[in-house]
Design a protein around this ligand. Structure first.
Ligand code: 4NP
Length: 155
């Protein structure tokens, strides 16, 4: 089987989805799972920008360097390029549903749908809050990443 292709999507692609991508890459590497991974935003404000400094700091505290990530906007073609399109919150999910080719909608989930007991929950947007919000983001994305890696290892 070819490696699963997984896309993480939030609003700006500078806070939550880059952290989800980093957490997933790390969890997959530790598990020996080969995967193709990227992240994108539903919005277009931060195209070409590196992740938010606070997201970079949270990742760096875990020994992960995300400074080279570059913001991009999600497109309908992403539903062909990726097997799984993973939204951070319910608004991202609604926006993605609206652009997904109907026959590809089954590729869409919320990140926390993969975590037992947290189905349907959103990863809160930390952008307008303080640093502690990014710690909460990191806790959520690591839980989601671990659950997703476990599922992909034992489909
Ligand atoms: P993200 O956070 O969706 O987790 O990357 C945001 C980043 C930027 C904005 C909103 C949320 N913004 O309004 O520019």
């Amino acid at each position: 089987m070819s490696p699963p292709r997984v896309l993480f999507v939030c609003l700006g692609n500078i806070c939550r989805s880059p952290l989800a991508e980093a957490a997933f890459r790390e969890a997959a590497a530790r598990a020996g799972l080969e995967a193709e991974t990227d992240s994108a935003g539903t919005g277009d404000w931060h195209i070409g920008e590196p992740p938010d400094r606070r997201a970079q700091a949270v990742a760096a505290a875990q020994g992960l360097d995300i400074s080279g990530y570059s913001g991009r906007q999600v497109s309908p073609q992403d539903f062909e390029r990726f097997d799984l399109v993973v939204a951070m919150d319910t608004q991202n999910l609604a926006d993605l549903r609206a652009i997904a080719p109907p026959e590809r909608r089954d590729r869409l989930t919320l990140l926390l749908d993969h975590v037992e007991g947290r189905e349907g929950a959103s990863v809160a947007d930390p952008y307008f809050g303080g640093l502690e919000g990014f710690d909460a983001t990191w806790a959520d994305v690591t839980a989601g990443a671990a659950a997703l890696v476990a599922k992909l290892q034992r489909p």
